[in-house]
Design a protein around this ligand. Structure first.
Ligand code: SF4
Length: 373
């Protein structure tokens, strides 16, 4: 595996676009079947009321967006969503909860049951639940979890402009905890948050240094939601998305590159170029956590046009075996030392003070306070 320097990644990223596309498509063909694209289903198992202040996120309790929150879903509901997705060709389910970090409580026990149930449906199971200790990662692995998602989002330098309630090192620590439990890692970024090209390059450099590199790298285009600090960000040009996906494919040649949020703003031609550039996964279903996403049927029609086929589960790894030890909570709680930098981010502060979005028939959402979570 090549040891990249930041300058080398910058040279790849800054090439003339068609040269970059050609190079990425060549790498893609070396390691993947370019006709296969994995369809993943994202299920928001607990929506809204998050105590963190991520500047892009409508689920942060402190911003006044109009999303509908829900408490933790039942195992049966999750199974229903998974089955529906499987029937449409999906082979992976990612369950997301708007938490700062996982706690050893009954909600976590319920998530473990969800993981086990979806594993038994022969689908790859991924979770994104916030920061995670090593023993929690181990219980998830025992319950049959295939991957843990924890995004670095952007470069370490720009992260401070996006989030003040935790530090970059917390992200890296959680990824390491997942690794210690032998989970595969899903970790990627968001473009269009006001970052520079150097930040995108720097994030890819960080991923390239990981040993092993993440098996899965979602690349998201910011969906600017009203009420969030980033509500005024302009949509990311499709060319930036193609450039970022192509560079990710070249630098992280063995990773699955996931074309994630922002697809509703992309033309079919734009998405086709992303597949050409090496994207080998999409998230399907009408919503991506809380933001709009193309419908399953539209995606299947696009697959038909482009001659793509849905990838089967466990193409790049074995199905995790379930170990009933997942039911045992740790006797001694691990010491948690997640940071809380609490520096001031002006746009986050401004969004916090904005009046609530008012709509006819819209009921103010219920949110949990920071203390409750
Ligand atoms: S931690 Fe997740 S759910 Fe919470 S505000 Fe950040 S992105 Fe949103």
């Amino acid at each position: 595996m090549k040891n990249w320097t930041k300058q080398e990644i910058a040279d790849v990223y800054n090439q003339p676009l068609l040269e970059l596309l050609y190079q990425a498509a060549t790498v893609h063909r070396k390691y993947n079947d370019p006709r296969e694209v994995q369809i993943s289903k994202l299920v928001s198992i607990k929506t809204d009321g998050c105590p963190e202040d991520c500047g892009y996120c409508p689920q942060a309790a402190r911003y006044h967006t109009d999303i509908n929150g829900n408490s933790l879903m039942s195992v049966e509901e999750v199974k229903g969503h998974a089955q529906e997705a499987k029937d449409m060709g999906s082979s992976r389910v990612c369950m997301g909860a708007a938490w700062r970090n996982v706690k050893d409580d009954s909600d976590f026990d319920q998530v473990l049951e969800m993981v086990k149930s979806v594993n038994q449906m022969d689908m790859e199971v991924c979770c994104t639940l916030g920061m995670l200790t090593e023993s929690q990662a181990k219980r998830l692995a025992d319950a049959g979890l295939y991957a843990y998602n924890h995004n670095l989002d952007t470069s370490e330098e720009y992260y401070k402009e996006v989030i003040s309630t935790r530090g970059y090192e917390d992200r890296l620590q959680t990824i390491e905890n997942a690794r210690k439990a032998k989970l595969t890692v899903c970790s990627g970024g968001i473009i269009g948050m006001g970052e520079k090209d150097e930040d995108r390059i720097s994030m890819l450099y960080t991923y390239s240094l990981m040993k092993p590199q993440p098996e899965s790298v979602p690349i998201n285009a910011l969906v600017a939601v009203e009420g969030t600090p980033m509500e005024d960000q302009k949509p990311v040009p499709i060319w930036d998305m193609i450039r970022m996906i192509a560079t990710t494919r070249i630098v992280l040649e063995h990773s699955a590159v996931r074309l994630s949020a922002g697809r509703t703003e992309m033309s079919e031609e734009g998405q086709a170029l992303c597949f050409m550039a090496g994207a080998n996964s999409i998230f399907a279903g009408e919503k991506l956590l809380t933001t709009p996403n193309p419908e399953f049927n539209n995606d299947l029609a696009l697959f038909e046009k482009l001659g793509l086929v849905p990838m089967k589960a466990y193409k790049k790894g074995d199905k995790p075996k379930i170990n009933e030890d997942y039911k045992k909570a740790p006797e001694k709680k691990e010491k948690i030392k997640w940071s809380r930098p609490a520096h001031i981010i002006d746009r986050n502060e401004k969004a916090k003070k904005k009046p609530k979005v008012s709509r006819i028939g819209f009921e103010p959402r219920k949110v949990s306070s920071v203390k409750e979570l």
